[in-house]
Design a protein around this ligand. Structure first.
Ligand SMILES: CSC[C@H]1O[C@H](OP(=O)(O)O)[C@H](O)[C@@H]1O
Length: 391
């Protein structure tokens, strides 16, 4: 079975409810734009690229049903022409989560497609809808191809810069959060690089952090690594320092590789909370720190990390956890079963601070891996991304 965060066919969209993983695989229908907004905001679907793709496809599925049924978009509202309907709903989806730039990038590109078709003589709601659907569907295809390229470029760079020689040399890596098939249309970004290293036989062990409070690591990355039979071990977020301090040499841990939600024009990178601390550790232990992200995550319109809006989520997500009931059998073994439910793990009367992301200064980043290649800093310690967008 291929891990699919998104199931799409023309007129139909489903998402894997990641709040239920790894205990239950539940796919939910996305019939309306509000369904998509709710799924993204609640983090039933999450991950910078996946958020953008689900948003884009939710409208594609709606207007495809419109085109098929011949329904008049104007029935959906006074100014709901094809272009008006699409633009209105893209702007609604933009409010679902603020930090990842991929969604804003997709909205900008899709609105441009709609506007261009609208300028054509004889354009109709039908032709505008069709153009939108094709552009949104192309994003799904492009993301998987881009991730496979990121994987290969990243693996090439790591092997070149860590002196690992097959077959004697196998290296271990540490990753944070979930950046795999469950955060994208497939294969993944940072986890895609680990997949590429593994496919070439170089992975000794893939360490991954639990990634509190949503537990993208323990619930999602662990699930993906197990699915792919990649040798791996989980650590809690607080163990990262001890791992590098006590096991770096024995385990040949050569790099920490993470994803990104927004890379600013100077290379400052917003990513899952805890990333900044890992970058500091990497610097102290002389371990390469690598960001893996498609070009849709690079935001040349945001000058530096201090300009990135960091999403703050409810305290409740820190003071509770989800899981199935666990019972002890007669022989004392634990039986995991039953539906997923929430349990309180802390008193919530003071409330918990819950920033979903932090910003890592570009000075702490050794390389940014994209589908077009790896970007390193120049002799002045500065990143330049213009060449990535030259085509
Ligand atoms: C493919 S990069 C995914 C990126 O998004 C994650 O955040 P969230 O789970 O809150 O959507 C995390 O920052 C990952 O690096």
């Amino acid at each position: 079975m291929v891990l699919q965060a998104i199931r799409y066919s023309r007129g139909s969209l489903q998402i894997l409810d990641q709040l239920k993983l790894p205990h239950e695989e539940v796919y939910r229908d996305i019939w309306t734009v509000q369904d998509a907004w709710d799924a993204i905001h609640s983090m039933q679907v999450r991950g910078a690229p996946a958020i953008a793709i689900v948003a884009a496809l939710s409208i594609a599925a709606c207007v495809a049903r419109c085109n098929k049924s011949g329904a008049d978009p104007a029935l959906l509202g006074p100014d709901m022409t094809g272009a008006g309907l699409i633009s209105h709903n893209l702007q609604i989806l933009l409010t679902s989560r603020p930090t990842a730039v991929n969604l804003a990038d997709a909205v900008r590109k899709l609105e441009k497609v709609v506007w261009q078709v609208q300028q054509q003589p004889g354009s109709t709601d039908y032709s505008i809808n069709e153009a939108y659907i094709q552009a949104a569907e192309q994003m799904l295809v492009d993301d998987i191809r881009d991730n496979e390229n990121i994987g290969n470029h990243g693996a090439d760079w790591i092997l070149r810069h860590t002196g690992t020689v097959f077959p004697a040399g196998k290296l271990s890596v540490l990753t944070h959060c979930n950046t795999g098939s469950l955060a994208t249309a497939g294969y993944g970004t940072a986890l895609g690089v680990i997949r590429s290293l593994h496919s070439r036989g170089y992975v000794k062990r893939a360490y991954y952090t639990e990634t509190r409070p949503y537990n993208q690591g323990s619930r999602l990355t662990g699930y993906e690594l197990m699915h792919d039979n990649i040798p791996s071990q989980m650590i809690t977020d607080s163990m990262a320092g001890a791992l590098l301090g006590l096991k770096r040499e024995a385990e040949n841990i050569n790099c920490i590789i993470v994803g990104a939600d927004r890379v600013a024009a100077n290379g400052d990178t917003a990513n899952k909370i805890g990333t900044y601390a890992l970058a500091i550790l990497a610097k102290w232990h002389s371990v390469k720190f690598i960001v893996a992200a498609p070009r849709t995550t690079i935001d040349l319109n945001t000058a530096s990390g201090q300009d990135i809006t960091i999403e703050e989520r409810r305290s409740h997500e820190v003071t509770t956890m989800r899981g199935p009931a666990v019972q002890r059998s007669k022989d004392g073994s634990l039986i995991v079963g039953g539906s997923v439910h929430e349990i309180a793990i802390a008193a919530d009367h003071h409330g918990a601070w819950n920033p979903a992301f932090d910003v890592t200064c570009h000075a702490l980043i050794d390389a940014i891996v994209t589908e077009k290649g790896v970007v390193e800093k120049d002799e002045n310690g500065e990143f330049h991304f213009e060449k990535l967008f030259a085509d």
